[in-house]
Design a protein around this ligand. Structure first.
Ligand code: ADP
Ligand code: MG
Length: 264
């Protein structure tokens, strides 16, 4: 579905040049569920923006469904983005002064309004929020806002969903709910590329890609056994980190207590 060849993206900042993407080759077959991880600043968002036609590479070739799109006009790119790609962001990017269903209708610019409303309501139902359609984002929880954002992403029935740290602002329970929706969409045949820094979320994909310094440094298909191993290790690491934090806090509380006893 997507073929990227030697994608480069440079940002010029005064005298210095940042190589945000430094020669990325990537093939994403239709229907695949891919996770993208890597340290902050490694180029994940830049790659997602280029794959999602929100930005252009400085050089390199990008194909979507066999068609070269890296040289299309802004208008043509906007059309592809609107019809074929759904984007989900960490910060939801909803319009606060209008209702959830109106937010979901935003990508339906080429659709008749009455039909658009019906289509948007179907998408709201799809994420389990039909009853909250008239609420504004400010009246909803973070998890609900992200579900509205997913409804907006799927309202044009895209072939591809690009999600940039979609669970990054959510607690684990809401994060799991969001991941369940992505799994359902994947089961329906939608291609998904999901950026995350949480290993237990990354391991839910069929293929894990790691970036570093604008390059892909690891690209592995994972099977159920490997997935389970990664999940177990990730939970152990999390448990250890949680215990360390708790011990640190208890330690602080203890020191605090003794200090206050000292002054008394
Ligand atoms: P990630 O999403 O992995 O954290 P990004 O793709 O956001 O990484 O950033 C990759 C590199 O490009 C970083 O060094 C970042 O500072 C730089 N960068 C990203 N966007 C811009 C921009 N609009 N202007 C200048 N530099 C940018
Ligand atoms: Mg990013």
């Amino acid at each position: 579905m997507i073929e990227a060849e030697q994608l480069r993206k440079q940002y010029v900042m005064g005298d210095s040049v940042v190589d945000a993407l430094d020669g990325v080759d990537l093939r994403v077959p239709q229907g695949e569920f891919i996770s993208l991880t890597g340290p902050s600043g490694s180029g994940k968002s830049t790659l997602m923006h280029i794959l999602g036609c929100l930005d252009r590479p400085t050089s390199g070739v990008l194909r979507f469904g066999g068609e070269v799109i890296s040289n299309l006009s802004d208008k043509q790119l906007a059309r592809i983005r609107n019809q074929k790609i759904g984007f989900v962001f960490q910060t939801f990017n909803l319009i606060n002064r209008t209702s959830a269903v109106d937010n979901v209708m935003v990508p339906l610019v080429y659709t008749r309004r009455s039909f658009g409303r019906k289509t948007a309501m179907e998408a709201m139902e799809r994420v389990g929020l039909a009853k909250r359609a008239k609420h504004r984002p400010g009246e909803m929880s973070g998890g609900e806002c992200q579900r509205v954002a997913i409804a907006r992403a799927i309202v044009n029935k895209p072939q591809l969903i690009l999600a940039d740290e979609p669970t990054g602002n959510l607690d684990s329970k809401n994060g799991e709910q969001i991941m369940r929706i992505f799994h359902e969409l994947h089961a329906e045949g939608i291609t998904i590329v999901l950026v995350t820094h949480e290993m237990d979320i990354a391991a839910q994909a069929e293929r894990m890609i790691q970036m570093r310094d604008g390059k892909i440094v690891e690209d592995t298909a994972i099977d159920d056994r490997q997935r389970e191993e990664i999940m177990t290790v990730s939970h152990e690491v999390q448990t250890r980190a949680f215990r360390a934090k708790l011990a640190h806090k208890t330690g602080q509380a203890a020191t605090g207590a003794s200090r206050s006893t000292d002054t008394n």
